[in-house]
Design a protein around this ligand. Structure first.
Ligand code: SF4
Length: 383
């Protein structure tokens, strides 16, 4: 007989949860399927005109048969124009779901943007709230204004079409009046831009004929071909070996200067973030727990989780018997506690940590941390 504990769900409970969650997802899907949605429903205003994207209390949930997984639960941060913002955290912290929400690519019907805003400043001067945008309007932004580079280029490229066909499609789809010749010329130009030495030959090849690094360059060429204002790169170097990784990061740096675009870089690799990012957002269990400039996060990490992440990074010329790892694991996603999600793993937990989930404390104009240790009022009281 199954042991009855706090996480135990009976078949009856499960049926009730599944029924309720199906009702919720049907309502979301019905809303999304509406035709002729007035523009006023999804137009918004940027809080700061220097930003290209603002996530504001974003909530993306997965309504499963065993409960609701709050994969992204009240995430707020912004990407300033022309900067690289690194989003970092361990697997399952919600960083990829945040980027998929921005692209409206969350897998429905179970995955839904349940609340909050994603404000994006488009080239037509309007600010769109992507969280409320109909799919047909989003299709105009996706690829042209916001492009995404995925982790594994082999699964992102279609194996039965030649590289050229896949690149041409992007130009033909998004550039008004583009001819086949124009698309080919643009595709070859983009392959050259990403450092492929023989672009005409690669244009005629299939994905399986290229190495991992070459495929990732093709993906980057594809993302850049419509000169997007924002590139979302989700673990772009994770599937590559270190030397190719370094080349791809160099490529990102060059491209950023050439197109003056903004990059949202999603990774679990602090080394990549340190090399590339201007600003860093640290996520844990679906929430932002610390954010600041790269210098603030690396020189003065304040959240015990960020400190733990940095301690678990190997350091060149420093011999250790065993690399540090943060003890314990993330709480059950369908049954999150009401107190700080990191408390059961935290070496610095205090009495206050058993109370309410900590709010975001501003420690400098750019540095914020969600941890009771930095509640300035409480600190003043203790001193
Ligand atoms: Fe640790 Fe408490 Fe800060 Fe949470 S709020 S990270 S438990 S010190």
């Amino acid at each position: 007989m199954a042991k009855k504990d706090s996480h135990y769900i009976s078949a009856k409970d499960m049926r009730a949860i599944a029924k309720e969650n199906r009702r919720i997802t049907r309502a979301f899907e019905k809303k999304k399927a509406r035709k002729n949605i007035p523009e006023s429903e999804y137009l918004s205003e940027m809080k700061d005109e220097n930003n290209i994207v603002e996530f504001d209390d974003l909530k993306t949930y997965f309504y499963t048969d065993v409960g609701t997984v709050k994969a992204v639960d009240g995430v707020t941060f912004s990407v300033p124009q022309g900067t690289v913002v690194g989003v970092v955290g361990e697997s399952g912290c919600g960083k990829s779901v945040t980027s998929l929400s921005l692209m409206q690519l969350v897998q429905g019907p179970s995955g839904q943007i349940s609340g909050g805003e994603i404000r994006f400043k488009a080239s037509d001067g309007k600010t769109y709230n992507i969280a409320q945008m109909p799919t047909n309007v989003m299709n105009r932004l996706r690829g042209k204004e916001i492009a995404m580079i995925f982790q594994e280029p082999m699964t992102s490229l279609n194996p039965i079409f030649k590289i050229g066909q896949q690149l041409d499609e992007v130009v033909l789809l998004h550039e008004a009046g583009a001819t086949a010749e124009r698309a080919k010329a643009r595709s070859i130009e983009m392959l050259g831009l990403v450092g492929i030495s023989d672009p005409e030959r690669i244009y005629g090849q299939y994905p399986h004929e290229l190495s991992g690094g070459m495929r990732q360059r093709v993906m980057i060429a594809m993302a850049l071909s419509c000169e997007p204002r924002l590139i979302v790169a989700d673990e772009p170097t994770t599937a590559l070996d270190v030397t190719i990784q370094a080349q791809i990061l160099d490529l990102f740096r060059n491209i950023r200067e050439k197109i003056n675009g903004s990059i949202m870089l999603i990774t679990h690799d602090l080394g990549v973030i340190a090399e590339m990012a201007d600003y860093v957002v640290v996520m844990y269990a679906g929430r932002v727990i610390e954010q600041g400039t790269a210098e603030e996060i690396f020189k003065n990490p304040m959240h015990p989780y960020t400190v733990g992440l940095q301690k678990s990074k190997p350091v060149v010329n420093q011999k250790v018997d065993r690399l540090y790892s943060i003890p314990g694991s993330v709480p059950n996603p369908v049954d999150m506690p009401t107190y700080c999600y990191f408390r059961d793993r935290c070496e610095r937990a205090c009495e206050a940590c058993a109370g309410e989930y900590p709010e975001m404390y501003q420690v400098s104009p750019t540095h914020k941390v969600a941890c009771h240790l930095w509640d300035s009022k409480k600190k003043e009281g203790n001193e």
